[in-house]
Design a protein around this ligand. Structure first.
Ligand code: FAD
Length: 382
């Protein structure tokens, strides 16, 4: 299991235990998870249980209530979450990176432990109706008022926006793009739940800020450093997204195979057809390639190398692999898969969301192309 990531005996043992724990969690709570997914409801009690088990704070040091792990632990947990259809800790992990990279001691003391244990729910309020892939059209503003800031703006697509205790709000200040850690109980904040097709366990919301007053100590990183605070997190969290995609693809393939190996059609089973076998081989190969690229990026990240190209490549491969595996699963199960009480359409919808959120497929390709075209000999490309 995860042979490339098992760099020593302790890590191998941890990976085995984590994978078994998360599989058992999925089995124990399958009915509740499926019901919450159908209703588009955040299962807070299951989320905090995952936190208690130690699976929400992979990157957080033990003294702050986290696992004290590295990127390898983060990607293993993310893949197993996708593979067993669990409530995702992806947004929490992003919050952890933001805080660890840029947080003051006061900010870390206030929020890090809660986010790592699931007692405090984190969200990121970045996208707006007219500002998604590009920040250029962002309209939210941060205006200094004495020693405070007044934050105003309308955010959309915010996972856990109506369920969170703290959000990271991006706005344009005089100095440029700036991020703020905002307590959601402050006056001037309203939220409205929205209804995404996928990742419904961490449902989305529109989040409205109307002159929300925050002290300067709520600012995360220097004023004007918003792009740096954003990229320092997303260059790594792409691996979490890639891993969830790989897990979702594996889940689709595994469930499809479980059905198809016993489903008889004429005088054979579905998996007896060579055309089906080749689809399975191709889907497995794509998942394997994505996993290896993901593992390579994770290990390079743990060595402290610049991993932006590696993580982007891994997400790009993971999107294709997950879509291919999902498509193959539909071929394995035929009409049986085309009902909402079977899991295949939820899996497909989760894949479609992860294809866009956290940097879309097209943005991944733009970045890869830019790096390749700027390095014609390809010597600096990892
Ligand atoms: C379910 C869900 C959850 C989300 N969660 C969050 C969240 O928690 N917080 C948050 O802030 N945001 C969140 N997002 C927003 C997400 O990050 C954006 O949807 C994403 O960045 C794309 O922006 P957009 O949808 O506005 O598409 P646009 O930027 O309008 O792009 C539209 C299409 O054009 C393509 N495109 C854009 N630019 C280029 C280009 N230069 N070259 C080629 N193609 C291009 C895009 O890939 C896309 O296919 C979420 C989105 C969804 C759907």
């Amino acid at each position: 299991m995860y042979p490339t990531l098992c760099t020593d005996a302790a890590k191998a043992a941890w990976i085995e235990t984590a994978a078994a724990d998360l599989a058992a969690f999925g089995e124990r709570h399958r009915k509740e998870l499926d019901a919450a997914n159908r209703d588009g409801r955040f299962p807070k009690e299951l989320y905090t249980e995952l936190g208690r088990l130690g699976y929400l704070g992979p990157l957080v040091p033990v003294e702050y209530g986290g696992l004290g792990g590295g990127i390898a632990e983060y990607v293993v947990i993310s893949e197993e979450v996708g593979r067993h259809g669990l409530v995702s800790g992806q947004i929490a992990a992003q919050g952890q990176r933001w805080l660890l990279n840029w947080g003051t001691e006061e900010q870390k003391d206030r929020w890090l432990r809660g986010i790592a244990t699931g007692e405090a729910v984190f969200s990121e309020s970045i996208s707006e109706k007219n500002a998604g892939s590009s920040f250029k059209a962002m309209k939210s503003t941060a205006v200094r008022d004495g020693g405070d800031w007044l934050l105003t703006g309308s955010k959309t697509h915010v996972n856990l926006g109506a369920d969170c205790d703290v959000t990271l709000f991006y706005a344009i200040a005089e100095e440029g793009l700036t991020s703020f850690l905002v307590d959601m109980s402050l006056p001037g904040i309203t939220t409205a739940v929205t209804d995404p097709v996928g990742l419904r366990l961490i449902r989305t919301a529109d989040v409205e800020f109307d002159r929300v007053r925050v002290p300067d100590s709520a600012r995360l990183g220097p004023a004007g450093a918003g792009l740096r605070t954003f990229l320092s997190t997303f260059n790594i969290s792409r691996l979490g997204n890639a891993s969830e995609l790989i897990g979702l693809g594996r889940r689709a393939l595994e469930l499809g195979l479980r059905y198809a190996t016993t489903r008889e059609v004429g005088d054979t089973t579905v998996t007896g057809f060579q055309g089906i076998q080749w689809m399975v081989a191709d889907a497995w190969t794509a998942l394997q390639a994505a996993s290896l690229a993901r593992d390579d990026a994770a290990l390079a990240g743990e060595r402290g190398e610049d991993v932006a190209l590696r993580t982007t490549t891994a997400k790009r491969l993971a999107i294709t692999a997950a879509e291919q595996a999902s498509d193959t699963a539909y071929s394995l199960v035929g009409g049986h898969g085309l009902y909402f009480d079977t899991p295949y359409t939820d899996i497909l919808h989760d894949i479609k969301v992860l294809k866009v959120a956290g940097g879309s497929n097209e943005i991944m390709r733009n970045y890869i192309a830019r790096r390749v075209l700027n390095d014609p000999g390809h010597e600096g490309l990892a």
